[in-house]
Design a protein around this ligand. Structure first.
Ligand code: PLP
Length: 388
């Protein structure tokens, strides 16, 4: 059976050109970038080229990029790094209630360490109101962290507007841009952010590699202690093959992003309108316009997201419930709950995330198969019977 992969928000396949670029760095170009000899210096040279490419992709300067093991580490570094470096100024952090667990759980950790964290509400589309950010600021606020786009419902947040507010207030501003870098235009100056998280495996790069953008002059402490790598900001021998792959992915994204965003928006809209037309009692979740080009998140009444997912998988279609970051969790999505969904509604959601290898034919197949699955499940549904 030919499988249809529609879970690009979870991870993307590594681009064949990325793999090709990485391979020599496992074998003949194996040097440690901290070594003085030619092997080391060649690895260092390759790594610095990538730093420049990643910086260019987000409108930053090379020296403002610190390589990390991915988005989670970048988020942890931003929040803990700023919190612990600025404790003498204040202990208040503002974030949103729809952040990725990498931010939410770090917030909870910081609360246990004596920091106060405000989790801002969102509206029914998952949007943070910049005015709520302004109102939440106190004399003790040291950091604001709001994600650029939500990984479950695809809503793109008004980061530039929030950036103006944080700048006026003189407070550090972090955004988790894991779902946007390489997919839509991201410019750290236009957004007005001081820190920004990136993950390579969301843009056709390898897993276990990412970066934190740190605006020059930002005061933060490191939480990886050891050698002097990354200008003493993050100890540990760099993942050179991963970083080289990240660089290739960034380069390809820069070349292809605008055309690809148009293509995906077209396919996304086909899928949304087709699903809403063919399945009754179905709604699109997230913002109708301000959303990622590749994200479709729908709620289907009277059926469980998990059941739809398993049935889709049997037909070779790989999607996500969007109801949990990890499929092992049966907790309803904190994102949908924050958007005002009931537990039951949150359980009936499904996320399709499209990508580079998604075709119109595949979208057509989903439009044929999902209505059949929903009809079958609804025929057996205790949820539907209780409504009758
Ligand atoms: N932030 C967001 C918005 C994400 O979607 C993810 C991945 O799912 C992460 C952070 C974590 O990134 P990584 O898997 O590179 O640790």
């Amino acid at each position: 059976m030919r499988r249809i992969y529609l879970d690009y928000a979870a991870t993307t396949p590594t681009h064949p050109e990325v793999v090709k670029a990485m391979l020599p760095y496992f074998t003949e170009e194996f040097g440690n970038p901290s070594s003085i000899h030619s092997y080391g210096q060649e690895a260092k040279g390759a790594m610095e080229e990538v730093r420049a490419k990643v910086a260019d992709l987000i409108g930053a300067r090379s020296e403002e990029i610190v390589f990390t093991s991915g988005g989670t580490e970048a988020d942890n570094f931003a929040l803990k790094g700023v919190a612990f470096a600025n404790e003498s100024k204040g202990n208040h952090i503002i974030t949103s209630s729809i952040e990725h667990h990498a931010v939410i759980e770090t917030g909870k950790f910081l609360q246990r360490r004596g920091f106060k964290v405000t989790y801002l509400p969102v509206d029914e589309y998952g949007l943070v109101d910049p005015e709520d950010v302004r109102k939440a600021i106190t004399g003790k606020t040291i950091l604001i962290s709001v994600m650029h786009a939500n990984n479950e419902v695809g809503t793109v947040e008004p980061i530039a507007e929030i950036g103006k507010i944080t700048k006026e207030a003189g407070i550090y501003f972090h955004t988790d841009a894991v779902q946007t870098v390489g997919h839509i235009l991201v410019d750290v100056n236009e957004l007005g952010v001081d820190l920004l998280s990136i993950s390579a495996h969301k843009l056709y790069g390898p897993k276990g590699t990412g970066a934190l953008y740190i605006r020059k002059g930002t005061k933060l402490v490191s939480f990886m202690h050891g050698g002097e790598q990354e200008r003493r900001r993050r100890a540990s021998t760099e993942n050179v093959p991963g970083i080289v792959g990240f660089g290739k992915a960034a380069e390809l994204a820069q070349q292809e992003m605008s055309e690809e965003a148009k293509r995906l928006t077209y396919l996304r809209n086909q899928l949304v309108s087709g699903l809403l037309e063919r399945i009754d009692h179905t709604r699109l979740n997230g913002h109708p316009v301000n959303r990622l080009p590749n994200n479709v998140n729908i709620s289907v009444d009277y059926v469980e997201g998990e059941s739809m997912l398993l049935n889709l998988d049997l037909e070779g279609i790989c999607a996500s419930t969007g109801s949990a970051c990890s499929s092992s969790s049966l907790e309803p999505s904190h994102v949908l709950l924050a958007m005002g969904f009931s537990h039951e509604q949150a359980h009936g959601s499904l996320r399709f995330s499209l990508g580079k290898w998604t075709t119109e034919e595949e979208i057509g197949q989903v439009l044929d198969i999902l209505p059949r699955i929903v009809a079958k499940l609804r025929a057996m549904s205790p949820l539907l019977k209780s409504q009758r």
